[in-house]
Design a binder for this molecule. Structure first.
Ligand SMILES: *[C@@H]1O[C@H](CO)[C@@H](O)[C@H](O)[C@H]1NC(C)=O
Ligand SMILES: *[C@@H]1O[C@H](CO)[C@@H](O)[C@H](O)[C@H]1NC(C)=O
Ligand SMILES: *[C@@H]1O[C@H](CO)[C@@H](O)[C@H](O)[C@H]1NC(C)=O
Ligand SMILES: *[C@@H]1O[C@H](CO)[C@@H](O)[C@H](O)[C@H]1NC(C)=O
Length: 295
């Protein structure tokens, strides 16, 4: 018996020593990688729970001001390329990492999983991400009214005009249920990652490589319309009083992203927080998210 015990002890030690996998964060709109009031304090909090974990909070740009502004104005496809380069360059991630995206960072990290399979993403945790896009911003985050008014004006002018598409991130996941055809043709980001224009086999193959897709929806979300988009639900075409949930959507039924396959293997977790957008409590995070970061 003794050698077996020794072997097990040795294995346990190896696991403890190697620690939990690295964690990559991507902030939301109006925020930055390192804001002490948001992701900065979350990083500290995660370290109280997982003291040895390596955490990379993605900064899109060379400083915090650029990072914040890029969240509004840098073409989302270029942001994904930028993030993929950062992930590739970080040798600490080569054995794999867990990804947590906040708000639009949720759909951005899904695009990373679909386009950049290396280094390997393990669990993808989307906290309030808008996987079927938005049709309205009841509240603009951040405290810059100039930027918020500018965004509303641009979306009003025409979210699907090519100038707006190329220069406003939020237009790139604007989903107008009254203009499904226009959206499919013109959306340079969301319609592409959701396989609505052409079918990209690699997107499905790559997304299927992750272990679990954890989708967090905020039950009192005052920022995202419709909040069901956080669970991949969206309005029925031409009807904003009816929501088609993921399992009834053609994306799922045709298994274009492997979501049906993953769901049948219980690899999609539909979580909820009974709060406003991103306003989860520490205890909720400990109970619901930390378990997915441990191994
Ligand atoms: C990798 O992680 C170690 C330990 O946390 C850290 O000292 C080092 O700077 C990290 N390397 C990179 C490229 O960030
Ligand atoms: C808001 O953003 C604009 C454009 O980037 C900038 O010129 C202005 O100083 C900002 N205002 C505040 C209050 O930060
Ligand atoms: C939705 O409305 C548009 C514009 O009126 C129309 O072209 C389209 O056929 C409608 N779609 C459905 C499924 O009713
Ligand atoms: C929109 O959906 C609602 C709720 O399912 C339904 O009662 C209504 O008839 C639909 N409207 C149209 C125009 O299809």
């Amino acid at each position: 018996m003794l050698p077996v015990v020794a072997l097990i002890t040795c294995l346990i030690n190896a696991i403890v020593i190697s620690g939990s996998p690295p964690i990559v964060l991507w902030h939301g709109m109006g925020d930055s990688c390192c804001n002490p009031l948001s992701l900065g304090s979350l990083i500290k909090f995660i370290k109280t729970q997982l003291p040895d974990s390596y955490i990379l909070s993605l900064r899109i740009g060379s400083n915090i001001v650029e990072d914040t502004s890029n969240g509004f104005f840098m073409n989302a496809n270029h942001q994904i390329d930028y993030a993929c380069k950062l992930l590739n360059a970080d040798t600490n991630l080569s054995q794999g990492y867990h990804a947590i995206g906040f708000s639009q960072g949720g759909q951005f990290l899904r695009a990373v999983a679909q386009r950049c399979p290396s280094p390997p993403m393990l669990n993808l945790i989307s906290v309030g991400g808008q996987h079927q896009g938005v049709f309205g911003f009841p509240r603009c985050p951040g405290d810059n009214e100039t930027i918020c008014n500018y965004i509303r004006d641009l979306l009003h002018l025409g979210a699907y005009e090519s100038f707006v598409q190329n220069h406003l991130v939020q237009a790139e996941y604007w989903h107008d249920p009254h203009k499904e055809n226009t959206y499919r043709q013109a959306s340079i980001f969301l319609a592409d990652i959701n396989q609505e224009r052409t079918f990209n086999e690699a997107y499905k193959t790559n997304l299927l490589k992750i272990r679990n897709l954890i989708l967090v929806k905020f039950l009192r979300d005052g920022m995202v319309t419709p909040s069901e988009s956080e669970h991949f639900g969206f309005y029925e075409e031409n009807n904003t009083t009816k929501i088609i949930p993921l399992r009834e959507s053609s994306l799922y039924l045709k298994d274009l992203l492997g979501l049906k396959t993953m769901d049948e293997q219980s690899r999609i977790k539909f979580l909820e927080s009974d709060t406003d957008h991103l306003q989860f409590t520490d205890q909720w995070f400990i109970d619901n998210i930390i378990p997915y970061l441990k191994d």
